[in-house]
Every structure is written in C-alpha cells, then in structure tokens.
Design a binder for this molecule. Structure first.
Ligand code: ADP
Length: 498
C-alpha cells in the first residue's frame, strides 16, 4: 500500500524534501542549506553536485523521519529554482562547470548585444520573455564560449544542458534527459507558441540541439527513480513559481497568486490564451489541464519582505519581522507617509533600474510607526500595480488573490492588500504551497489522488475581505502614485511609466 508522495523542493538557498500523506498533510520534512559562490561582483554560481547530493540526502532523511521505505512512496514530484543552468557529461552525469545561478549577471553584455542586434521583438514573440541575463540561453552560450573544448563536445552530443529539475532527474533516473514545459519556458530558447525548442534562437545563441532535454508535460510519469533498489515514479515537475500557482489550485484562467518572500512573484493563469504584456510583464508557461500547458503572465517585485529586513537591520526600528505588524497597527493609517522601496530599481510595471528608494509625505507628527506602516504598505501597493498591469493586459478582473510566502503571516499586510486591490486575499492553512504543488502533480500523475480529492482536502485558510470605501482607496492610491512619480523623476533614466 503506497502511503505517501514526496516533493523535492530544490531552492536557491536550500534543498528540501517534504512527505505528504493521502490527506495532503505534511508527515515529515528535511532541509539542507546549499552554498552560493560569488567569484566576481555580480556573478553567482552553485555546485550542481552539491545540489544533487543534498537533495538526495533530504529525501532519504524525510523518508526516515516518517518511518517510510521506498515501497511506501507512490511518486516523486520535483520543483526547483528556475533558470539556473547546469552542463554535464552525458556518460558520467558529472557537471563540467559550476551551475550558473539565475541571479548571475555575467551575461549582461551578451544580452546587450542581443538588444542591439534587434532581437527583442523576436524573442518576445517566440519565448514570451524580455531579453535578460536571468534566463538560461545566454548562460549556456557563455559556458560554450568560455570553457575550453566544450563547444565541440556539445556538438558531438557528449555534454548536456538542463535546468536543475533536469539535472536531478538525470541523476535520479539513470540518464533520462527531460525537462517540463514550465522550466523550458524560462530558458529563452523554447517557443511557447509551438511548444518546441526554437531553431532560430538555438542558431543565434550558438547552442547545439543535441544538448537539450526532451520537453515533457508537468504532470504524468516521466521515468523511474531507482532508490535503494526499488523504482519510484517521477510523476511531477514544475518550476517553483508555477508549482506554487498549481499548489494554490489556480488552474483556471484569471486565477492569480502572489508569493511574498524577499521579493514578490506574481503569476496569473491566462488559460489557453496567450497575452503579450504592454507593461513589461513576461509570458510564461503554467500547468494546464491534461498534457497541454496554460499560459501565465508573470511579474516580479524586487523589494518585498526585504523592506521589512531593512527596517530591522538598517534602521533598527524593529527587532523581528513580525514586530512590524504590532507597530503598524498602532496608527490608524499612514498619515500621508509613503515609502517607495526602489532599493535596486523598480521592476514591472515601472521599469527603472536606476531609480532609488524614497520616503515622502513626512510631517512633524510622522513617527516610527508611520514609517513601519508605510514600509508594509509599500509591498501591497507594488503588488496592486502589477495586478493592475495584468488586468490591463488581459481585461480579466481578478476575483481572488491566493497568497503564500513568509510575509503572508502578517495579517495587517494581508488585510491592507485586500483593501487596496479591492479583491479578497486568500491565505491557505498550509504555507508550503510550492512543495504542495509538486506533490499534487506527482500524486495526480500516478493516480494516488483524483482531482476531486484535492479540492476536498483544502484546509481552513483565512480570507481577507476588502472593507475600505472606494473613495478612501482612491485617495491612498493617488498618494502612492505621486510618491512613485517623484521617485522616478529623481532617477537618472527616463521611465515610460511617468
Ligand atoms: P524567501 O523564500 O525569499 O527566503 P520567505 O518566504 O522565507 O522568503 O519569507 C521571508 C521574508 O518575509 C523576509 O523578507 C521577511 O522580512 C518577511 N517576513 C517574515 N515574517 C514577516 C512578518 N510577520 N511581517 C512582515 N514580513 C515578514
């Protein structure tokens, strides 16, 4: 009798494994930190061997903690940090170089050259992405051009490329070279309209097709992982944000989620319809029904929960992140104080990398609590602006916003989010939404669960209903817009948003 599904959640800072039982309850979890290396300013690398080893260990530890043997596991689901690029030897599975992290900026020049060559419209049309060093394509190009002999080995099919999901599966399943739609859509090489690797982009970046994994649906058995002599099916794969979207049950058009971590990641499922954003959001693949992916619009906010870390570490206004709620609640409103946390520029929909933060609207009576409140509210205002861009792009009004991530523990922030967007915010009971998404994919993939089981098992979350009058919302938003405008006006570059 199979009792559990195991989710492998391979993130930027740690590898985690979580065991879920038939009722989708967490039975055991194990986590190990992984290292990041910064060999030069702006460069980020990881050790793919360490990624695999820690991931394997936490899987075994989680099973041991639950007293489970491989025969008790119905399926493995994998979710992973996206875009991070691994190249390895076909014969041995050994990485040929460090994994290049998604945050790594070493390929900024390659991106600039692609911009100057006028590639942006073509790339957006084919991949849904804006040209950026985040995505895997330029990382692969850099490796092929900078590591001796790699290009010819890759052409002979001796060296393979994959994102982290792909590398884990290669090692777990004895040389199976696959990735799923959601991860493929982050490479800047995958045609999201035709659902194929794009020859013209492979040509442009000089990447041999022989290196690329086969692309499979996110849900369904792709291979068998051999664990202690027994085969366990790998039956779910998804990039972390898409896995969270699925974990929230956002499988239909117009459903959206926001993850409030260090930064925020917003995704809206747009069903089978593909929208190209007019406001700098990207189009990506999400989990659909059956074997066909859905499209999603994605926007990210650079400074989310990190604003609260800033209050704590730089200003010393709070001692712990959760204190922010206590102090912010001591004042009835922001009293006109706004913080625009453009610490590292502003992303969608404003797009100004040289903008820097600003605190505006101070009066003689403004105090610490107002500043703390303004910092919390800034997370909600930025989220509002990305959601507004999504609604403008799609014409789909949002009916509810599903949320997860560390900062969603803050009730005041969640209530304010509902108030300022005028749309209910739904926080699930279980905040491990990313891992749950991968577990659900795998469990559905092997028939451990049926779709109805998932709906029935959703626990007691909390729903925040908007309760401020429209007039008040308008006044608050107009104050925020003025604050963003003044921030952009002081920046060195011209912003389209002004
Ligand atoms: P990540 O996955 O990016 O490391 P997490 O989901 O663990 O992020 O969330 C951590 C972030 O959430 C931190 O930036 C922290 O400041 C913020 N955070 C945690 N608890 C609270 C809280 N009660 N109120 C506001 N922010 C919080």
């Amino acid at each position: 009798m199979k009792r559990y599904v195991i989710a492998l959640d391979q993130g930027t800072t740690s590898s985690r494994a979580i065991l879920f039982d038939k009722q989708q309850r967490i039975v055991a979890m194990s986590q190990r930190e992984i290292r990041q290396f910064y060999p030069q300013p702006g460069w980020v690398e990881q050790d793919a061997g360490e990624i695999f080893d820690t991931q394997y260990k936490v899987m075994m530890e989680a099973m041991a903690a639950a007293g489970a043997a491989p025969k008790d596991i119905a399926a493995i689901g994998i979710t992973n940090q996206r875009e991070t690029t691994v190249l390895w030897e076909r014969d041995t599975g050994r990485p040929v170089y460090s994994a290049i992290g998604w945050q790594c900026r070493r390929t900024a020049d390659i991106c600039r050259a692609a911009e100057e060559a006028g590639m942006a419209p073509l790339i957006q049309d084919k991949t849904g992405l804006v040209i950026d060093a985040y995505f895997s394509a330029t990382k692969v190009k850099w490796l092929l051009e900078n590591i001796d002999g790699l290009k010819s080995r890759a052409e002979r099919g001796e060296v393979l490329f994959g994102t982290v999901d792909s590398y884990l599966i290669y090692r777990l399943c004895g040389g199976l070279h696959v990735t799923d739609y959601t991860n493929a859509s982050r490479t800047m090489l995958y045609n999201i309209g035709e659902l194929e690797w794009d020859d013209s982009l492979l040509d442009y970046f000089g990447i041999p097709r022989a290196m690329l994994p086969r692309v499979v649906p996110s849900l369904g058995v792709v291979g068998q992982a051999r664990i202690q002599g027994l085969d366990i099916p790998v039956a779910g794969i998804a990039g972390d944000q898409q896995s969270a979207l699925f974990g929230h049950g956002c499988t239909r058009m117009g459903q959206a989620k926001n993850t409030y971590g260090t930064g925020c990641f917003l995704l809206m499922n747009t069903g089978e319809r593909r929208y190209n954003s007019q406001s700098g959001l990207i189009t990506t693949l999400a989990i659909g029904e059956g074997t066909k992916p859905h499209y999603a619009l994605e926007g990210s906010i650079f400074s989310g929960g990190s604003v609260i870390q800033w209050l704590r570490d730089e200003l010393g206004l709070i001692r712990a992140a959760e204190d922010s709620e206590y102090f912010a609640a001591k004042v009835p409103d922001n009293a006109g104080v706004y913080l625009v946390p453009a610490f590292t520029g502003l992303g969608a929909p404003y797009w100004d990398m040289s903008a820097r933060g600003m605190l505006v609207g101070l009066s003689r009576g403004s105090g610490r609590n107002h500043i703390i409140r303004a910092a919390l509210e800034s997370i909600a205002y930025q989220t509002h602006d990305v959601l507004e861009a999504m609604t403008e792009d799609t014409g789909i009004p949002l009916s509810v916003l599903a949320v997860d991530g560390g900062a969603t523990r803050n009730n005041l922030l969640m209530q304010f989010q509902a108030d300022i967007t005028g749309c209910p915010v739904e926080r699930p009971e279980l905040l491990e939404t990313t891992a749950l998404g991968a577990a659900r994919l795998a469990g559905l993939g092997v028939g451990f669960w049926q779709p109805d089981d998932l709906a029935a098992a959703e626990g007691q979350g909390r729903r925040f209903i908007p309760h401020i009058p429209d007039e008040k919302r308008k006044v608050l938003l107009s104050g925020w817009r003025k604050a963003v405008k003044s921030c952009l006006m002081h920046s060195e570059s011209d912003s389209g948003w002004l």
